[in-house]
Design a protein around this ligand. Structure first.
Ligand code: AMP
Length: 282
């Protein structure tokens, strides 16, 4: 097992690899690995000489302490899981104090309006925390390619902006969302759902997929009214937001313009467990 707990040790290993001009792919994760992560890891293995999977539950991207404390953690299981994919994977799982100073200082970034709505609005400071840890990882690892899931589409757009706005020489590669048979997007948080709520959770995909299918024939008002009514009938689910936004700028829209791409974004709480998803509408 190629497990590194200290960035200094990892840097020594990477400097050796770089001498041979090896192409390095990075998959940043918070652990509790599942097949969604696997798809990113497998793509990185295919496209690079070495793949690094970072496992780090980043405290600065949690606006809610309870959410942070509840986040599932099992490093041994994750390492065994990655080993079963390939024993060549390099795992980087640092301690918090190896990444942050005592005050958990976070850099403030300008993402223009990419962080103004949806997750940025409901999780204050979240994307500054995400960009801080991703910048640290890019600095330490200097990967050629870095893989992020469309499951967190706003995050993916923000990382793309971080890289282009700061001339960071990393290719940011977006990977499609992996779903369960009933459409629920795989997420580490799904393990926190009771059996009953796990069944109800499929409603999140059901509604965004309904919107996708009917996007051409429904007005925005009809869509928003339909979504509100849909959740009025599901007592277990508290809708945090449902937003249709332009795919590039992530600005919410009220009507369609020709030649623009749109996505639907959703966040719900299912008895304390927060789930997010999104889908391309055209
Ligand atoms: P996380 O561990 O939740 O921070 O996720 C690590 C990376 O895996 C992020 O880039 C996520 O967008 C991606 N990811 C998480 N779930 C999925 C999924 N179901 N399908 C594809 N990618 C995912």
């Amino acid at each position: 097992m190629n497990l590194f707990r200290k960035k200094s040790d990892l840097i020594v290993k990477l400097n050796n690899l770089r001498k041979n001009n090896f192409k390095i792919g990075l998959v940043p994760t918070m652990g509790a690995l599942h097949k969604g992560h696997t798809s990113l890891v497998k793509r990185s293995i295919k496209e690079n000489d070495y793949t690094i999977v970072s496992i780090f539950v980043n405290p600065t991207q949690f606006n809610d302490k309870k959410d942070l404390n509840l986040y599932p953690k099992n490093l041994t299981k994750d390492c065994n899981y990655l080993d079963s994919i390939s024993t060549d994977i390099i795992i980087f799982a640092p301690e918090i104090n190896n990444i942050y100073n005592k005050n958990l200082s976070v850099k403030k970034f300008n993402f223009y309006d990419l962080d103004k709505f949806m997750e940025g609005r409901y999780r204050k400071g979240h994307f500054n925390g995400v960009a801080t840890i991703v910048s640290h990882l890019f600095n330490i690892i200097k990967p050629k390619n870095a893989y992020f899931g469309e499951k967190d589409f706003q995050q993916l757009r923000i990382i793309q902006e971080l890289v282009s706005g700061n001339n960071i020489p990393v290719n940011v590669i977006g990977c499609q969302t992996i779903r369960e048979k009933d459409g629920l997007a795989l997420s580490s948080r799904n393990t926190k759902l009771s059996k009953h709520n796990r069944k109800i959770a499929s409603k999140v995909y059901e509604i965004i997929n309904y919107v996708r299918i009917n996007f051409d024939s429904m007005s925005f008002l009809e869509i928003y009214t339909y979504v509100d009514k849909f959740f009025d009938n599901i007592l277990e689910i508290e809708l945090e937001y449902f937003t249709i936004a332009e795919s590039k700028s992530l600005i919410p829209v009220k009507e369609k313009t020709i030649n623009k791409q749109y996505r639907a974004f959703i966040a719900v709480k299912l008895q304390g467990v927060r789930l997010i998803d999104n889908i391309a509408l055209n």
